[in-house]
Structures are given as structure tokens and as C-alpha cells.
Design a protein around this ligand. Structure first.
Ligand code: NAD
Length: 503
């Protein structure tokens, strides 16, 4: 069928459906009602191989499904369609996701903020405006060898359906960046979002699919389970079409994914320490700590969570923090806040007491924390800080609050050792403020983290003010690092013997 005829037919069908009131609901101002998806054509070439089949139950959903089984089936069908439509369709998908994320940043940022009630609205919006920095199709370049025996290409090729788990801390940004990476590599994806951030995720998925369908004819390239649960997580992991898992979340989901038997790329938890020595610029260090730890009220896994500072620099650093918009809590205020923000469970059978973070304080504004600490702070305060000991819950827990504990240390060795202990071997992110190359090198070697930032805010490690590229999924325990399209590929070798060597 010619392109003109196809367009004409789509328009007519859309008009008829419009008159019947039967189109899928557009969820954003920028997403006009789409025309219905076509029933897949019979692609049989007579060889007997099973191709995409007609599945009316999967039509008109634009990626949003009640069950993992339906979502995986639709995603598998879309994967096969994408394979046929080639690199041009992958490029279109990348362009659509990046454009829509930016265009809808304010609306979607607000929807996510209203649903999750954590973080900061301005930063929820900012996280969607930067999806354009996520690498896409151009990232994939084949590896070539040429010699007396001909040429060999190693190509980065798709898996098929990727099952992806997204966190509550940045639902639409993670999902959007994941679609760019995963589809740039030629895969389709099914999401099981965090239940407390699933409605906003479904809104974005529907809008993306509507636009992708209009432009490419592929309807369900990014699918989502509308009401996610542990059962739907298990069903997604078990599904025969799910070839690979991408998990972005805390320790429990990483463990669960690794036990499924499927290959899992795990973007796990962090508790990033900052070490400040006496060779640094205290003003620069203070500004960087505020900018990193205050971002989205410290919800980011890479965000600065605790600071170890050499004794002779501690007062100077804290003065600079105060001068640049952070507010210091005294020791009784820190303890008051600690009682509200953590529940301490006594040790069982001689074991250590354990602190559990109170969810009511995660990602809340400094003013909410200050109220619990019994202190009034100026409006617009970015961050709270206070002195603690090294084993304090604010140091040891991944607390995700705009409150930074400051711990004085006597030596560089102690600072590095305490940083290592507080990072809990997550191998995620660590930061140093120092102009001493030996200290910097030693901390990098000892901490052995995926991201190591020198003299900047944590976000510089994701290409935001530092060199590099962006992803909201940093694969730490499984070692893939900052995910990119290549992370979601199979390497396949193609060998031409004795020919096509042209020199
Ligand atoms: P979370 O672990 O509570 O939830 C993450 C996802 O896992 C959600 O979709 C949730 O429904 C699911 N989940 C949780 N426990 C599960 C289980 N036992 N079985 C199956 N699914 C389960 O985390 P959160 O509060 O949404 O997000 C914050 C956490 O995620 C922090 O630990 C943070 O460091 C981490 N995180 C890591 C990265 C990274 O790139 N490494 C990025 C963002 C967040």
C-alpha cells in the first residue's frame, strides 16, 4: 500500500472513530487522539516461520496493559515490527521520546510530583528537560577488523523484550531514558513501575506510544503494567518473551531480580560519601555539596549523603555551607530530627541496633525536616547540615533527605576509611574535594566506585556540568556502569573470509 493511501485510510478511520467517540484518550495537550492501530499484516513468505500474528486484544492500548502477559506479547510483536522498520524507526522513537519529555516536562513533572509527593517540583521538571542528553542510536558503532583473511564485523544487536523496573524517586525520567537506550538498540520494553509512581508512568507511556504509532505504525514499543505489584514483577520476569531485565531501585529489588535466573542489569542503591581535605577550595566544595545534596531533596542515588572533613578544614567548610544557602542544626536539633526521621530497632540476639528511615521524611523539603528539628529556617533554604559521629543513622542509612551529616576526621586515611565503610560496598558513587593528586588517587582506588567525582557536585558525574552522558540507571552491582544503548545489545560477529579487504 502506498504511503499516501495509508495516510488517507488512517485519517478516515480516525474521523469515523472520533464521531463514535471511540478513540483512545489523549493524556497531554501535545498528544492528539491517535488513529487505531492496524491489525498486523500477514508477513508470511511461505517458509513456515512464525511471524507477528493478529492479536485484537492488544490493539488500542498504546502500551498500557492490565497484565504482564499481555504487555509482553504486545512488546514482542512490536519488537518484530521495529526489526522490520529498521534504524530509521529507532531514530524516530528516540526523537519522539526526547521531544515529548521536554515538551511535557512541566505537566508531567507536576503529575509525578502530585502522585509521589516527594522531591521538588522544579527538579522533577528539570529531570525531564534533560532526557535529550541520553545517548541513542548514534551510540552504536560496529567494531571492525580487516586483514589478510578478509573482514570481520562485530555488531551490537538487540535482545528482544526487556523487562524494566523503575523507582519511585524518578519514575517518568527513568522510564523515558530507558526507552531511549533500549529502543535505540532495537529492543522493545515492558515496565513494572513503583506502585506509588505508576499512574504518571502510564500517562507518559501512552503519550509516547500514541506519537510513535502515528509516526512509525508501531503501537506498543514501550509497554507498562497499569497496576504493578510483586505478582506482576514475577510474571514479567518469568515471561518467555522477556530476554533481559533492567532493574533500577533499592537492595530488595536487586536481590529479587538476581534470583529470577534471567540476566539482570541492576542499577542498585548508593550512599555516596564526600571526603573534603585541607587542600580543597572550601567555597567550591560547599557550593558543590549544596547543589548535589539539595537536588530533588536528595532523592538521587548519586546525591551526596554524608561528608567527612579534615578537622582543620571543618569549620571553614561549615561556614561556607552557611554562607551559600544551607542552615546548620545544633546537636540537640540533629537529635530531635533523628528521632523523627528514623525508627531504631534494638539488636536481636546480641546483634546491632538498626535504623529504619521514616518514609514521611524521604525527599521532603528542608522546612519539613526543620520543623521536626524544632527550628525555623528562612524560606528558600536548600539544605540542612549538622555535626554527627561516623556511625550516626544520617551517615549510615541511604536517607534521601536534604540533610547532610558532617563528620570531622583526624587524617586523610581516616577520611577515606570512613568513606569506604559508609558506602557499604555498593560501589556506586563517591566524591572528593581536594587538590592533592595522591589523596585523590588513593580514594579512587580504595572506594572502587562506579562514579568518582573530583571537585564537583555528584550530578557532574552524569554529564551535568562535567563531561559525559546521562542515564538515570547506573548499573552498579552488575557492573555495566552508566547504562547506554550498548548495554542492551548482544554482540554478534559476522565474518567475510578472504574477500572485501579492498587494499
Ligand atoms: P525501591 O527499591 O523501593 O523500588 C524500586 C522498584 O523495585 C519499584 O518498582 C518497586 O516496586 C520494586 N520493588 C521493590 N522491592 C521489590 C521486590 N522485593 N520484588 C520486586 N520488586 C520490588 O526503591 P525506590 O524507593 O523506588 O527508589 C530508591 C532506591 O533506588 C534507592 O535505593 C536508590 O539508590 C535506588 N536507585 C538507584 C539508581 C541507580 O541508577 N543505581 C537510580 C535510581 C534509584
Amino acid at each position: 500500500m502506498s504511503a499516501v493511501n495509508e495516510t488517507l485510510i488512517r485519517d478516515v478511520v480516525a474521523e469515523v472513530l472520533g464521531k463514535l467517540g471511540g478513540t483512545a484518550t489523549a493524556t497531554t495537550k501535545t498528544s492528539p487522539a491517535p488513529s487505531p492501530a492496524p491489525t498486523p499484516k500477514s508477513d508470511s513468505c511461505g517458509c513456515g516461520t512464525k511471524k507477528a500474528t493478529s492479536a485484537p486484544a492488544l490493539r488500542g492500548k498504546f502500551g498500557v496493559f492490565a497484565t504482564a502477559e499481555e504487555a509482553c506479547e504486545a512488546a514482542q510483536e512490536s519488537f518484530l515490527q521495529l526489526k522490520q522498520k529498521g534504524i530509521a524507526a529507532r531514530r524516530k522513537i528516540e526523537e519522539i521520546v526526547k521531544t515529548l519529555a521536554e515538551k511535557n516536562a512541566e505537566a508531567w513533572g507536576k503529575i509525578e510530583f502530585d502522585e509521589t509527593k516527594i522531591g521538588r517540583l522544579d527538579h522533577k521538571i528539570a529531570k525531564l528537560q534533560i532526557i535529550k542528553l541520553v545517548p541513542g542510536v548514534d551510540w552504536l558503532r560496529p567494531d571492525a577488523r580487516s586483514g589478510d583473511h578478509g573482514i570481520t564485523l562485530e555488531e551490537f544487536t538487540p535482545f528482544g523484550v526487556v523487562g524494566a523496573i523503575t523507582p519511585s524517586t524518578h519514575s517518568i525520567p527513568t522510564l523515558s531514558g530507558n526507552i531511549v537506550n533500549i529502543c535505540a538498540a532495537g529492543n522493545s520494553v515492558v515496565f513494572n513501575a513503583h506502585p506509588s509512581a505508576a499512574k504518571c508512568a502510564a500517562i507518559a507511556v501512552r503519550a509516547y506510544n500514541e506519537a510513535i504509532y502515528r509516526e512509525t505504525g508501531i503501537e506498543n514499543i514501550a509497554c507498562i503494567i497499569e497496576k504493578p505489584s510483586l505478582d506482576s514483577f514475577n510474571a514479567l520476569c518469568k515471561n518467555e518473551f522477556t530476554r533481559l531485565l533492567l532493574v533500577t531501585g533499592g537492595p530488595m529489588v536487586v536481590k529479587a531480580a538476581m534470583q529470577t535466573g534471567k540476566r539482570a542489569i541492576c542499577a542498585g542503591p548508593g550512599n555516596p560519601p564526600v571526603f573534603v581535605d585541607d587542600t580543597c577550595c572550601p567555597t567550591r566544595a560547599a557550593k558543590a555539596i549544596i547543589s548535589g545534596a539539595a537536588f530533588d531533596n536528595n532523592l538521587l542515588c548519586i546525591g551526596e549523603k554524608q561528608v567527612f572533613v579534615l578537622e582543620n578544614t571543618a569549620d571553614k567548610l561549615m561556614q561556607k555551607l552557611s554562607e551559600n544557602g544551607a542552615v546548620k542544626l545544633n546537636s540537640s536539633q540533629v537529635e530531635k530530627l533523628t528521632k523523627a526521621a528514623f525508627t531504631i530497632t534494638p539488636g536481636q540476639g546480641g546483634g546491632c541496633a538498626h535504623a529504619h528511615t521514616n518514609k514521611d521524611f524521604i525527599g521532603k523539603d528542608p522546612s519539613v525536616l526543620a520543623q521536626a528539628a524544632g527550628v525555623n529556617i528562612p524560606s528558600g533554604t536548600q539544605l540542612l547540615f549538622g555535626e554527627t559521629d561516623a556511625m550516626h543513622p544520617f551517615v549510615q542509612e541511604e536517607q534521601m533527605m536534604p540533610m547532610i551529616p558532617i563528620v570531622r576526621v583526624k587524617s586523610v586515611e581516616e577520611g577515606i576509611e570512613r568513606s569506604l565503610q559508609s558506602e557499604h560496598n555498593y560501589k556506586h558513587t563517591a566524591i572528593i574535594h581536594s587538590h592533592d593528586i595522591t589523596n585523590i588517587t588513593e580514594m579512587a582506588r580504595v572506594l572502587d566506585t562506579t562514579l568518582f567525582v573530583k571537585n564537583g557536585a555528584s550530578a557532574t558525574g552524569l554529564g551535568l556540568g562535567g563531561e559525559g552522558y546521562l542515564s538515570f540507571s547506573i548499573a552498579t552491582p552488575t557492573g555495566e556502569g552508566i547504562t547506554n544503548p550498548r548495554t542492551f545489545t548482544r554482540v554478534r560477529r559476522c565474518v567475510m573470509v578472504d574477500n572485501l579487504k579492498i587494499y
